[in-house]
Structure formats: structure tokens, C-alpha cells
Design a protein. Structure first.
Ligand code: NDP
Length: 249
């Protein structure tokens, strides 16, 4: 069993999750990288270990109850507590790109849109619920665990209303709005037990998920997440943050 503080990041074999892993490991955490693509995950973990960081790979599909349960069993056999959980794994509905930057939700075949949205919600909304529930015993075993939900700039209804791309708001933004509500629900439930649960709101970031719209760097996105992951006991909970601090929902 390791004596270092432990952090699990979902969706951490690339993009914002991987940069968050690098930052948390450099701060002294023993970091577990969770995602589906094992080849990419093992390679990412090895690359970070070559930088002298304590990082391990943990196969995890947040859309699968069985996979999440298996991952929780694996981690429970390796560590006695989990100090940080970053629910970062996320996808965007494919129709957004299919419709193009000026596309309208009303133009796409609705059956495909709904299937796309269901798949998105299974990862972005039900994923964090599944993972949080499965790892809760380990989180409660830490003195003041932090859960960071990686929401989005588009999770705010007010800011979504100012976004010109309705397909983006309809399928992706709505999943992050739901995640914001889930953040508040978990915070209310878990804060009396010493945990802090907050949502991070990165803006458009240049990753595979958002290659042609991303204007911000993974470092900027990870900075928001790392600050919430590093909160001390008694810190804020049930909030929604960007790099400048708390945001209105
Ligand atoms: P990437 O596409 O670069 O990375 C997504 C990560 O999620 C990958 O590691 C992927 O690995 C993993 N993932 C996808 N599906 C699953 C699944 N079912 N189970 C486990 N892991 C999964 O995206 P970003 O780094 O951009 O996104 C990370 C988070 O940040 C997401 O929640 C996204 O919504 C959010 N975000 C992104 C913004 C942006 O503009 N890029 C802006 C605001 C928020 P694998 O496929 O191997 O499972």
C-alpha cells in the first residue's frame, strides 16, 4: 500500500485529463490514469513515470457498470483511501461536427441526434455518478477528499444562452448542465462528511474533443481542476469555477 495521497482521474490517457495527471503527480500525488484505450493509457503512464512521477494505469469505461466496479475492486486492493477523484472523462455528440460550425440541431435526423445524446449522457452524466458511487468507500476513507467534476463553460445556462451553436448547446452543453446539478447534489450529501465536491468550467480547449474550436491550452484547463483538487479541509464545496474563481451557475 502506498503512503502518498492518491488521485484517480478518469479520461486521463490524453487531453485535459493527462495534463491534470501530470500536474497532480508533480504535486506529490500517486496518480491513477483511468480510461478505455489501454495501449494509450499504458504509454501515457510510462511517459510520466519516465519524468519521475508516480503514475499508474487503471482500465476504466465510465459508461459500464461492470468496468467501473472492476476498477474500484482493483484500486481497493492497492490503496486504503482516495484523496482526489477527477471525473474528467467526457465526449461530445458527433452530430455537432457533422452539422458544421453553423449547423442547426433542427436540420439533423432526430433519431440519430437522440441516440448521440444518450451516448453522450451515458459518459458525461451517468459516468460521474457511477464512478463517484463506486469509489465512495475509498473517498470516505480519506480525511477530506475532493471530487472535481469536469464540466464546461457551456454547463452554465446563462453562458449557453449566449452561444450561437445550438447543436453544441443541445447535446453537449445540456450534459454539462446536468453534471452541474449532480455536483450540487453530491456536495449537499457528502460535504457533511468532510468531502468537497466542485465543478470545473474550462473554456474551448485544443484537444481531440475540440480540435477546431479550441483556443485555450490543456494547461489552462488543468489549472482550474488542480486548484479544486488541492483544496484543504473546510474549503469551498458545491461550486462552479473557472480560472478566475467561482462562477454563477
Ligand atoms: P479528449 O477527447 O482529449 O479526451 C477524452 C478522454 O476521455 C480520453 O482520455 C478518453 O479515453 C476518455 N473517455 C472517453 N469516453 C470514456 C469512457 N466511456 N470511459 C472512460 N474514459 C473515456 O477530451 P478533452 O481532454 O478535451 O476532455 C476532457 C474533459 O474536459 C471532458 O469531460 C470534456 O467534456 C471537458 N471539457 C473539454 C473542453 C474542450 O474544449 N476540449 C472544454 C470544457 C470541458 P478513451 O477514449 O481511451 O476512453
Amino acid at each position: 500500500m502506498t503512503t502518498k495521497a492518491n488521485a484517480l482521474i478518469t479520461g486521463a490517457n490524453k487531453g485535459i485529463g493527462l495534463e491534470t495527471a501530470r500536474r497532480l503527480a508533480a504535486m506529490g500525488f500517486n496518480v491513477w490514469l483511468g480510461a478505455r484505450d489501454a495501449e494509450r493509457g499504458e504509454a501515457a503512464a510510462k511517459a510520466l513515470r519516465n519524468e519521475g512521477l508516480d503514475v499508474e494505469w487503471l482500465a476504466l469505461d465510465v459508461a459500464s457498470d461492470d468496468s467501473v466496479a472492476a476498477a474500484a475492486r482493483t484500486l481497493t486492493a492497492r490503496v486504503s483511501s482516495l484523496d482526489v477523484l477527477v471525473n474528467n472523462a467526457g465526449i461530445a455528440p458527433g452530430y455537432v461536427d457533422a452539422l458544421g460550425p453553423d449547423g442547426r440541431y433542427e436540420r439533423a435526423p432526430s433519431r440519430e441526434n437522440v441516440a448521440d445524446m444518450k451516448a453522450t449522457f451515458d459518459v458525461n452524466v451517468f459516468g460521474p455518478i457511477r464512478v463517484t458511487q463506486a469509489f465512495l468507500p475509498l473517498l470516505l476513507a480519506a480525511p477530506a477528499a475532493r471530487i472535481v467534476m469536469v464540466s464546461s463553460y457551456l454547463g452554465s445556462i446563462a453562458r449557453a444562452a449566449g452561444n450561437s451553436q445550438s447543436p453544441n448547446v443541445m447535446g453537449y452543453g445540456s450534459s454539462k448542465t446536468a453534471l452541474n446539478a449532480i455536483t450540487v447534489a453530491f456536495a449537499r450529501e457528502l460535504s457533511p462528511r468532510g468531502m468537497m465536491v466542485n465543478a470545473a468550467a474550462p473554456g474551448y480547449t485544443a484537444t481531440d474533443l475540440n480540435a477546431h474550436r479550441g483556443t485555450r491550452t490543456v494547461q489552462q484547463a488543468a489549472e482550474i481542476i488542480v486548484q479544486l483538487a488541492a483544496l484543504k479541509a473546510g474549503g469551498p464545496t458545491g461550486g462552479y469555477f473557472d480560472e478566475n474563481g467561482p462562477l454563477p451557475w
